[in-house]
Design a protein around this ligand. Structure first.
Ligand SMILES: C[S@@+](CC[C@H](N)C(=O)[O-])C[C@H]1O[C@@H](n2cnc3c(N)ncnc32)[C@H](O)[C@@H]1O
Length: 187
């Protein structure tokens, strides 16, 4: 399995607002689409879990388990509708969770995931040996709050870079999926 965790201290779900106005919820929705689909967004990647960590939202964490969802979201609106159906108990594979990035990392590490924090200033990705269960942690349009960076440093989470240029969060998710699919650039 592979997991993607995107942390946003601005995003929240508001059905009355377009996603780009709801604290850039669009970043979370597009990252989720990149994480759980492939093949022109028609196919579901069954080996992916995606976590949205959004402290401003209720619930603050949304978990998408792509192994059990029943339809591939094709755009932001569709992704949002999938989340809302899941949170209302009408779609398998989507659930709300309580907690923070810290507690989520606890859970994922106890489930055997190897966490990696993606940041331009990290060690080159080719220095990382591919493993069975990798969990990639990303920031939103503003990056990662300093408090969470320091929490991850204390936990010994590796900071890894895709190169010196900053990319969009959802682009990084797509790059990681492509790398893991083809084992390109990983050691
Ligand atoms: C648009 S970037 C955030 C840029 C923000 N200005 C900052 O200072 O972090 C969104 C997220 O994508 C990831 N990211 C972007 N470019 C990257 C790169 N070259 N290597 C690794 N991760 C990257 C990071 O997790 C980052 O928080």
């Amino acid at each position: 399995m592979r997991a993607f965790i995107v942390r946003s201290d601005t995003a929240y779900i508001d059905e009355g607002e377009p996603p780009f106005k709801a604290g850039r919820l669009d970043v979370m929705l597009n990252s989720a689409i990149s994480a759980i689909t492939h093949g022109n967004a028609q196919e579901i990647r069954r080996d992916v879990e995606f976590f949205m960590v959004m402290p401003l939202n209720d619930p603050p964490i949304i978990h998408i388990n792509a192994s059990t969802i029943t339809r591939a979201p094709i755009n932001e609106e569709d992704m949002l509708s999938l989340l809302l159906s899941g949170l209302r108990g009408r779609e398998r594979g989507v659930r709300g969770m309580h907690g923070s990035l810290d507690s989520l990392l606890n859970e994922l590490q106890s489930r055997g995931y190897f966490p990696i924090y993606l940041h331009e200033d990290g060690a080159p990705i080719k220095s990382i040996r591919p493993r069975e269960n990798m969990a990639f942690i990303l920031g939103n349009q503003n990056g990662m709050p300093i408090s969470d960076e320091s929490m991850m440093r204390k936990r010994g989470v590796r900071k890894v870079s895709l190169g010196p240029l900053p990319y969009m969060t959802w682009e990084c998710v797509a790059i990681i999926n492509a790398m893991l699919d083809g084992r390109i650039l990983l050691a």
